[in-house]
Design a protein around this ligand. Structure first.
Ligand SMILES: C[S@@+](CC[C@H](N)C(=O)[O-])C[C@H]1O[C@@H](n2cnc3c(N)ncnc32)[C@H](O)[C@@H]1O
Length: 232
């Protein structure tokens, strides 16, 4: 398959996402498979934020897709803490260029995220905050510039849900290494969940060792089945 060079992360020789179905893919794999709407609605009722962790912020395509998903849910007073990590933060202009593939569908969401991203100093490692207020509520993004394991170790609160989106295990084994997935398991609440696009055997084994019970659920685009894990 031909992959345009602007979509490729030169550090891993792998694309950030698939332009054809990237927003729908995120909605299926990360949001619907994790039953996000019901869990967010329960959080609104209980007045507690849903805490999400993501490995691989990249161009923020999953965040854009999440904003669209929340907008379409019709829910109000949503509160989400979104913890994400990026070892090689990209220039905001490049981010805008990559995301502009989706501008007809999510133009406002792209402008909101890229404008917030322009305000942070990505040359400084560690936590950066991007607070996004929309009609659905608040999306509090904590972006950790640095290595994923450092971010997981630094997390104060365990996550309800993990989106594991760090390039293919063949191209980037570092973000799937057992030591990291073990720490992710420890920073997941009881009855917490995780999702990823890969069904690679080594990833499955490491997630099971980290305490997740796995099953395959429907994927999207080029992937018929994807992985879903739960800690209960
Ligand atoms: C497939 S891309 C993520 C796509 C992203 N979720 C999006 O929606 O645009 C994976 C990202 O993980 C980052 N990454 C890879 N290994 C990492 C590591 N060990 N620690 C932190 N970030 C890492 C890459 O630089 C890349 O931006």
């Amino acid at each position: 398959m031909f992959i345009p060079s602007y979509l490729v992360n030169e550090h891993f020789d792998d694309r950030y996402f698939d332009v054809v179905s990237a927003l729908d893919e995120a909605q299926q794999i990360y949001f619907r498979n994790n039953n996000l709407i019901d869990r967010i609605a329960a959080g609104i009722e209980a007045k507690t934020p849903l805490i999400i962790g993501e490995t691989g912020f990249g161009a923020g395509r999953v965040v854009i897709s999440l904003m669209e998903f929340l907008q379409e849910s019709g829910l109000k007073n949503i509160s989400i803490e979104y913890n994400t990590v990026e070892l090689y933060p990209m220039d905001p202009d490049r981010m805008f260029h990559l995301l502009s593939e989706f501008k007809d569908r999510a133009g406002d969401e792209i402008d909101t995220l890229v404008n917030a991203y322009r305000l942070i100093d990505t040359t400084r490692s560690g936590w950066h905050s991007m607070k996004i207020q929309r009609s659905f509520g608040t999306l509090d993004i904590n972006l950790w510039i640095g290595e994923a394991l450092e971010m997981v170790n630094a997390l104060e609160n365990s996550c309800d849900v993990w989106f594991l989106d760090g390039h293919s295990p063949k191209k980037n084994p570092s973000i799937w290494r057992p030591e990291l997935l073990m720490e992710i398991g420890k920073k997941t609440k009881v009855y917490g969940t995780c999702s990823t696009f890969t069904v690679a055997g080594a990833v499955k084994r490491a997630l099971i060792d980290a305490g997740f019970t796995l099953k395959k659920l429907p994927g999207c685009g080029g992937k018929n089945e994807v992985l879903h894990g739960t800690t209960c």
